[in-house]
Design a protein. Sequence first.
Length: 92
Amino acid sequence: MARLDSFATIYERLRARIPTIIAIRGQCQDSSFNRRRTHFLAIVGYDAKKDKILCIDSTGQNDANTLVAIDREELLMQWCVRGQIALLFNNP
């Protein structure tokens, strides 16, 4: 577990094909979560053209709804509310 300085660290990990789990609090328009408590998302990709972060969100109503693309600025704002906490894994 770590507090990261910015999305740049997550992006570099994505380039190495290593997902990152982040802690957020609040609501994002492009996802089904609306949490007053901490919620975790797995960041698995980034679409630079659309400026969307691709996440696995366990609050999806079914398997098809668990992969979501969330506006980068909006998600990072919710991540900052929670202190930019991330769970980091090493590449096996």
